[in-house]
Design a protein around this ligand. Structure first.
Ligand SMILES: Cc1ncc(COP(=O)(O)O)c(C=O)c1O
Length: 406
């Protein structure tokens, strides 16, 4: 794959090694320029065509909706709702479906979900009294399709899981999980938290046979503060919005109101117009510079190399939890070294940026027994040399970290 670093201005402003792509990946110059252009030249509140710039803003938003619809292969652009991010989308999904859930139902998730796919369901469970069940996971954190009969039954209303976990990097075969679930109960809503897979593998909601999807654009080289919620038209029609106000009022009289149609029904308030305008550039990047297949292949090669480096460490104090899987995440710990101290060491001594802690997946400790971890997450923009340095730092750091942080 050709070197595309020149398209990402981060590299001209930083000389360290960026390994926090799972938190947010680097931004395209074209996205940054477009966001500035919107604010400097267009600066119009969309949803109207009363003057030229308002028309440009409105058109850019509807064009972007169409591009997202094609990207995830759904039926219509009217099924694409802009939100502020995955968290907003998942909250909209859970609370939007609230009136369709009742005591006696069950909702199925997993213990390694991000808090954004845990807390909304937990809050609703406590309020409504349905049962929250956890799908069995194998040692790599993948959903065990053959054991779904233990959690899915006639009372299952929703099955919500991440296509790829943000800690273990377990990449579920979504189509296979969904088929196994539907073989037990056809009529249920399947919701995918695609935050960690959207920029790494093809999303195809039809092939996956799912009903709802959530992702953030800052994890796909796009702008901060923008996300997408997708749901099938029939599901959107039965959902209530989280927010009410400007943008989703069709009729208001003293004694009644009528909301606008989907998707605008879910988009009350001024949208993040500059971000949506800029997000259009991400699709140009995938079309002209790097396809998802190329990105995937490059990341596959980098993970294979990381696997080789990890195997050559020969140190039982260094535990890498997920080196066998194919995701661009390396999750590890060094015995007796607090993860946060190690993250600080990697930054101060090696200029390597990683993330430490629970990664908003607090129940991970119930899965792999460790409360916190160090997470190095790479992208197709990283190099083998950078991974070599990471593993060199891990090996040296085992003894050096204390001196470095004191
Ligand atoms: C799997 C997963 N779900 C949800 C989120 C939340 O995304 P955001 O903070 O962009 O709403 C993240 C962020 O790291 C994630 O990795």
């Amino acid at each position: 794959m050709k070197n595309l670093r020149s398209l990402f201005p981060y590299f001209t402003n930083n000389d360290g090694i960026y390994l926090d792509n799972a938190a947010t990946n680097l931004k395209l110059q074209s996205v940054i320029a477009a966001e500035m252009e919107f604010m400097q030249k267009i600066n119009a509140n969309p949803h109207t065509a009363d003057f030229d710039n308002a028309y440009i803003a409105t058109k850019a938003i509807e064009e972007c909706r169409e591009k997202v619809a094609q990207f995830i292969n759904c039926d219509s652009k009217d099924e694409i709702v802009f939100t502020s991010g995955t968290t907003h989308s998942l909250n909209q999904i859970a609370f939007g479906l609230k009136k369709h859930l009742k005591a006696g139902d069950n909702v199925v998730i997993t213990t390694i979900e991000h808090a954004s796919n845990l807390l909304p369901w937990m809050v609703l469970r406590d309020e409504i009294g349905f049962e929250l069940r956890y799908a069995p996971l194998d040692a790599d954190g993948l959903i065990m399709t053959e054991r779904l009969t233990e959690v899915i039954d006639a009372k299952t209303a929703i099955f919500s899981f991440a296509s790829c976990s943000n800690t273990m990097g377990a990449m579920n075969d979504v189509a296979a999980v969904s088929a196994a679930a539907r073989a037990i109960k056809g009529e249920m809503l399947i919701c995918i938290d695609a935050a960690q897979s959207i920029a790494h593998e093809k999303t195809d909601v039809k092939a996956w046979d799912v009903d709802l999807l959530a992702f953030s654009t800052h994890k796909m080289f796009g702008p901060f503060g923008l996300g997408v919620m997708w749901a099938k038209k029939a599901v959107l029609e039965m959902m209530d919005p989280l927010l009410y106000g400007g943008g989703n009022n069709h009729v208001i009289t003293t004694d009644k109101y009528v909301l606008t149609n989907i998707p605008h029904k879910f988009e009350a308030g001024t949208p993040n117009a500059s971000a949506i305008y800029a997000f259009n550039q991400v699709f140009a990047f995938f079309e002209n510079e790097a396809s998802l297949a190329e990105i995937r292949a490059q990341e596959h090669e980098l993970k294979a190399y990381a696997r080789e480096l990890a195997r050559n460490i020969h140190d039982t104090d260094i535990e890498v939890y997920n080196i066998e899987n194919d995701s661009p995440i390396i999750l590890f710990n060094i015995k007796n070294v607090p993860s946060q101290d190690f993250g600080t060491y990697l930054s101060s001594k090696w200029n390597i940026s990683v993330r430490t802690g629970s990664h908003c997946a607090k129940m991970l400790c119930e899965f792999n027994g460790c409360k916190t971890t160090v997470r190095a997450s790479f992208s197709f923009l990283n190099t083998k040399e950078e991974l070599e340095l990471l593993f060199k730092a891990i090996k040296k750091g085992k003894t050096e970290w204390l001196d470095a942080i004191l």
